[in-house]
Design a protein around this ligand. Structure first.
Ligand code: FAD
Length: 473
């Protein structure tokens, strides 16, 4: 049956686009190299019609489909199981920009277009797609929508869902739903677009989308700041917001340990104020505006001066060039890369109300110390969204052979703290395959039942990314 299936798929997409053997290996493991699977084949259609034919062919034969974009997801959602019976459907060849509608301020783009490619093409026309992730060179628009990605500009513009005004997707029967008009108002019953967005390929396969765009800003100012603690960082956020309003695009928090890790892995990278041992927390702030650069810069300088007088701010460096601003962002992005090189790290992607961030950090540090003694904690994230990438480095425990249920125990303890603070145990990376058990454990009851019922109704044979997000049985 497999040979027959593969030869039918080759007829649809061409032999070069059905990968088997070693050619599919890089698609079978996640970005962190922690989740491994085995696919029957990787199939790479080159058009929506081909994608539809592949989906129809697979569902008729009860072959499960794992959609994949850039494979940069951090929840194991794009990796097949170990059975060797699922196909990976790579959407990367569907990468056309179908239409830029300047009057509607939208772009209609296919799912496989990379985020960076799209941002660059729009920027050349004076337009901004306000979604920015460290993975943007590889991640795709389909993957961004399937995970409802957040990123560094979500503070001002919202997550991927907030940017999406229209969606085209294939259902589990291979039918195409195409609503790409880019409407800002459309109350014709259930909002299916919102249901598919964030469903991580488990309810539909996204083939194209219509996204909001903005005029590219005339001026941008970036500041690197040193503060004593998280409460001061929150006070600074509110002060800057009150002063510059919606010009505040990003407000990123990094603790000392995260920057020391980046400094170790990327020696020679200048990190302002790291030598000042009084500084525990660092902030990277970006402002974008249509007003002249000098006006924007003068306003923020005045505000930061006032913050220093009120002892909310220890020191600040304002970028005097694009290159310097890029240097600040590189430090932030290199934390993620430095951390990915380390073994024995338990990563969290949590959100709590901004007013509860400090309490979360206190309670979780205290809990970790009580149970395991002091362990290095690397914490950075999107402070303006209350979203922390909090990581516990557990090498010392591995050396002492305290291992077996360590990760599970840690997750249990910290997720309980998060939920007590009315937070989320998955802020922007999704559930994928890695957090399904936590979803069952911590979101049981009517909410989980409703999710299971939706999955059953839209994918009754459980062929779209089975085992991810929610089990239908
Ligand atoms: P993939 O990894 O290929 O897939 C992710 C999920 O979406 C899977 O469940 C897959 O089945 C599904 N999927 C993919 N394409 C489709 C489609 N066309 N139709 C239906 N389902 C589909 N995430 C953030 O939110 N914010 C960040 O700031 C951020 N920074 C990151 C930085 C780095 C260095 C890395 C490696 C990752 C980061 N991520 C971040 C996570 C990741 O990049 C995003 O989740 C991204 O949106 C995934 O896109 P992708 O194309 O790589 O999707």
């Amino acid at each position: 049956m497999h040979d027959e299936l593969l030869s039918a798929l080759r007829k649809i997409v061409g032999s070069a686009n059905v990968l088997a053997g070693d050619d599919k290996t890089s698609y079978e493991t996640d970005w962190r190299g922690q989740v491994h699977g085995l696919a029957l084949a990787v199939v790479r259609p080159g058009s929506v019609e081909e994608t539809r034919a592949v989906v129809r062919h697979c569902v008729e034969r009860c072959v499960a489909i794992v959609p994949q974009g850039g494979n940069t997801g951090l929840a194991g959602g794009a990796t097949p199981d170990a059975s060797g019976s699922q196909i990976i459907l790579s959407l990367c060849r569907l990468d056309a920009i179908r239409k830029v509608d300047r009057a509607n301020m939208t772009v209609t783009v296919e799912a496989g277009c990379t985020l960076q490619g799209l941002r660059e093409r729009l920027m050349a026309q004076g337009l901004l797609l306000p979604l920015s992730l460290g993975s943007e060179g590889s991640c795709t628009i389909g993957g961004n929508l399937a995970t409802n990605a957040g990123g560094a500009q979500a503070l001002r513009y919202g997550n991927a869902r907030d940017l999406c005004l229209g969606l085209e997707f294939l259902t589990a029967d291979g039918d195409l739903v195409s609503e790409l008009g880019g409407l800002r108002k459309n109350n014709t019953g259930f909002d299916l677009k919102s249901l598919i967005i964030g469903s991580e390929g488990s309810l539909g396969i996204i083939t194209a989308a219509t996204l909001k765009v903005e005029h590219a800003p005339r001026s941008s100012v970036c500041a690197w700041m040193a503060v004593k603690n998280v409460d001061d960082a929150v006070a600074l956020l509110r002060r800057c917001q009150a002063s510059v309003g919606t010009a505040l695009t990003s407000f990123e928090l990094m603790n000392r340990a995260s920057l020391e890790l980046a400094a170790d892995e990327f020696p020679g990278m200048p990190i302002p104020f790291l030598e000042n041992k009084d500084v525990e927390q660092f902030v990277l702030m970006q402002l974008d505006s249509q007003e002249p650069h000098d006006t924007l810069q003068a306003r923020i300088e005045e505000e930061l001066g006032a913050a220093m007088e009120h002892a909310e701010l220890i020191d600040a460096s304002i970028s005097d060039s694009m290159q310097r601003a890029k240097g600040f962002w590189l430090i932030r992005e290199n934390i993620v890369l430095a951390q990915a090189k380390k073994p024995h790290v338990v990563n969290f992607d949590i959100a709590v109300p901004i007013s509860a961030i400090s309490r979360f950090l206190d309670l979780s540090t205290q809990k970790i110390e009580e149970r395991y003694g002091a362990l290095p904690i690397v914490n950075f994230g999107h402070l303006g969204d209350g979203n922390l990438h909090f990581s516990v480095h557990t090498s010392r425990l591995h050396e002492a052979a305290v291992t077996s249920s360590l990760e599970e125990d840690l997750r249990d303890e910290l997720y309980r703290i998060v939920l007590d603070l009315e937070g989320s145990f998955s802020a922007e990376h999704g559930i994928g395959s890695r957090k399904t058990s936590h979803l069952r454990k911590f979101k049981s009851g009517a909410r989980l039942l409703m999710m299971q019922n939706i999955k059953r109704a839209l994918d009754p044979r459980n062929l779209l990314n089975p085992g991810k997000v929610v089990q239908s049985d």
